[in-house]
Design a protein around this ligand. Structure first.
Ligand code: HEC
Ligand code: HEC
Ligand code: HEC
Ligand code: HEC
Ligand code: HEC
Ligand code: HEC
Ligand code: HEC
Ligand code: HEC
Ligand code: HEC
Ligand code: HEC
Length: 317
């Protein structure tokens, strides 16, 4: 007990000294006056081109309404206090210039205000952030080509500008009509990253935009496949839609991964492995299936509710 007290004392003194340190530090190294907020109107004189475009910007609203709080909105919300910059007659070193920032610094600047819209945890773990693709790679504050969401380019073109391979997939004969404008990349993806999905756990990237309670994005539009069904087809629920379908485009009907349906079914229904109720692989079709009869090769002719059924465990209706 006594030992603790004697030990605590030097520690407490040390802690007090540390607390006092920031108080003395500026006194030693504070030749400059405090960098003050000056308000956006001051910027107008030297940056008329930027100012001219800014009245349509959502970041301008507070200025337009005459209720500007410089630290929170307006030019200085992003560029920081402009006092020193104006006093020096401009120049990059005196202001938060994005052209001088690392991707991480730019990201943090935007997240000062947007961590509610763009969850910090997700955005940091996203494939984009890891590849140094950050806010200002996709958004353009001053030269936006799509006023909504301040995108640097119209969305599809923006994504294609880096994902050229994906463009080819949406040119295939069977596809989601992204190029035609009826479906968007962001219907299925969240470019800001998202929670790891609960289906296909571990193998799916965290760049999908889940529907409802972390369900596959596909269920936003294909609501009839949503369930829950009395009789679920395990593969739909567990491995997800893109297990059998190509999400973007395919040369096969119904966006299937295989040109012939039964080959898709038999990839799992072949009794191999240790999956399934009997621990002996996914069951094969029963002996009633005469595979020499071409009819039986068209599995979905009979198994019409293969995404799940409320009446039949064999998905026959
Ligand atoms: C929402 C954050 C944000 C606000 C608000 C903002 N800027 Fe910017 N500014 C940026 C970013 C990011 C860049 C880098 C270029 C880009 O991405 O468009 C930039 C670039 C600039 C540049 C460099 C020239 C250029 O066009 O690239 C100037 C000058 C500038 N801003 C001035 C201003 C002025 C003046 C205001 C207020 C009228 C303002 N900014 C408001 C984020 C902002
Ligand atoms: C007295 C004129 C003047 C005023 C007032 C002024 N600037 Fe500047 N600003 C300049 C000059 C000059 C540069 C340097 C341009 C260069 O080097 O290309 C500059 C550069 C910048 C840059 C860096 C651009 C880049 O290349 O990334 C930003 C951001 C900026 N100003 C924002 C502001 C903001 C915000 C305000 C208002 C608080 C403001 N400026 C007020 C003259 C001014
Ligand atoms: C000082 C706070 C602040 C900072 C910093 C800031 N923003 Fe904003 N941003 C806002 C506010 C406020 C709005 C308007 C929100 C609204 O109207 O709902 C907005 C709107 C937006 C919008 C448009 C949303 C829409 O619905 O159209 C985008 C995109 C955006 N910001 C991106 C950025 C990016 C990128 C950066 C960093 C370069 C940034 N913001 C930095 C405060 C900020
Ligand atoms: C890979 C490209 C990309 C990156 C990186 C990116 N965004 Fe976005 N952002 C978009 C697109 C596309 C939209 C439009 C979404 C839609 O259409 O639903 C958007 C929408 C937004 C919106 C408005 C809608 C919403 O989701 O609330 C805000 C705010 C926003 N982004 C801020 C940011 C910030 C802050 C960052 C950096 C942390 C960032 N974005 C990084 C592409 C991107
Ligand atoms: C500035 C370039 C750039 C832009 C713009 C861009 N991306 Fe990316 N994206 C990347 C890079 C780099 C990666 C990480 C490397 C990779 O997997 O290709 C990536 C990764 C991804 C991934 C994850 C890939 C995986 O294998 O896990 C998806 C999904 C994605 N981007 C979708 C989009 C969408 C949707 C848009 C448009 C809103 C977009 N990207 C815009 C550069 C970009
Ligand atoms: C109908 C939903 C949907 C649409 C629309 C969509 N994607 Fe995807 N995308 C997916 C799914 C599902 C995956 C597989 C993701 C996984 O399992 O990790 C994927 C994978 C990807 C990947 C990584 C694998 C690859 O093929 O390189 C990229 C990059 C990508 N998408 C970009 C885009 C872009 C860019 C657009 C818009 C032009 C887009 N996606 C539109 C659903 C979609
Ligand atoms: C934004 C809404 C939307 C989302 C999200 C969506 N789809 Fe679709 N899907 C459509 C529309 C609309 C069609 C009709 C095809 C067309 O555009 O001609 C379609 C068609 C299909 C088809 C049938 C194609 C054919 O040739 O008949 C399949 C299979 C499909 N989607 C699977 C998926 C999968 C898997 C996902 C998730 C990765 C998904 N969809 C996400 C809207 C969506
Ligand atoms: C086990 C493989 C498999 C899985 C998993 C799967 N599908 Fe299918 N899906 C098919 C087959 C096979 C067809 C073609 C049926 C036919 O030819 O009648 C199809 C057809 C479709 C169609 C077009 C015809 C229709 O019924 O509307 C849509 C849309 C569709 N699937 C969406 C989805 C969605 C959304 C998911 C995820 C919830 C999903 N699929 C998961 C195998 C699958
Ligand atoms: C990704 C693997 C996978 C694919 C592909 C697949 N299934 Fe299944 N299927 C399963 C699993 C797993 C079960 C559950 C088996 C169990 O519980 O033992 C199942 C169950 C079934 C059942 C119900 C059997 C029963 O006794 O409950 C039928 C019928 C069926 N599948 C038909 C099909 C058809 C037709 C196709 C092709 C369109 C198909 N499946 C594609 C994995 C798959
Ligand atoms: C002509 C209609 C028809 C076609 C075509 C058909 N099935 Fe079936 N399937 C049935 C019926 C009826 C049952 C339930 C009674 C039985 O087992 O014979 C069944 C049962 C099954 C079962 C469960 C067997 C068990 O022991 O529980 C599987 C798995 C299955 N089918 C897969 C397939 C696959 C894979 C294909 C395509 C290669 C296919 N079926 C084509 C009618 C069909």
């Amino acid at each position: 007990m006594f030992k603790w007290v004697t030990l605590m004392r030097p520690l407490t003194i040390l802690r007090l000294a540390l607390l006092a340190l920031p108080l003395c530090a500026p006194a030693q190294t504070a030749p400059k006056a405090e960098n003050k907020f000056v308000g956006s109107a001051v910027c107008k004189t030297c940056h008329p081109d930027v100012w001219l475009n800014f009245n349509k910007n959502p970041h301008f609203r507070s200025i337009a309404s005459g209720k500007e709080e410089p630290a929170k909105t307006g030019c200085e919300g992003c560029h920081g206090p402009g006092g020193n910059h104006v006093a020096a007659g401009g120049g990059k070193p005196t202001i938060r210039a994005f052209s001088q920032m690392s991707p991480d610094q730019a990201l943090n600047t935007c997240l000062e205000c947007h961590s509610k819209d763009v969850a910090r945890g997700f955005v940091r773990a996203s494939a984009h952030t890891e590849a140094d693709v950050v806010c200002n790679s996709c958004h353009s504050i001053h030269k936006s080509q799509s006023p909504k969401f301040l995108l640097a380019k119209q969305q599809t073109q923006l994504c294609y500008s880096c994902h050229a391979g994906v463009r080819a997939q949406f040119d295939m004969p069977v596809k989601h009509r992204v190029n035609e404008g009826s479906v968007q990349c962001t219907d299925c993806h969240n470019p800001h990253g998202s929670a790891a999905p609960t289906w296909k756990t571990g193998t799916s990237s965290a760049m999908l935009a889940p529907a409802h309670d972390n369900e596959m994005p596909c269920l936003k539009c294909h609501v009839d496949k949503r369930g829950p069904f009395v009789f679920e087809h395990a593969s739909v629920r567990v491995e997800g839609c893109d297990n059998c379908h190509m999400p973007h485009g395919s040369t096969n009907a119904k966006l299937l991964r295989r040109p012939v349906v039964f080959t898709l079914c038999l990839e799992c229904h072949n009794g191999a492995g240790t999956f399934g109720r009997q621990n002996a692989g996914v069951i094969t079709q029963s002996a009633t299936h005469n595979m020499l009869d071409p009819k039986y090769q068209r599995c979905t002719l009979c198994h019409v509710r293969l995404h799940g059924s409320n009446v039949d465990p064999m998905f026959l209706r």
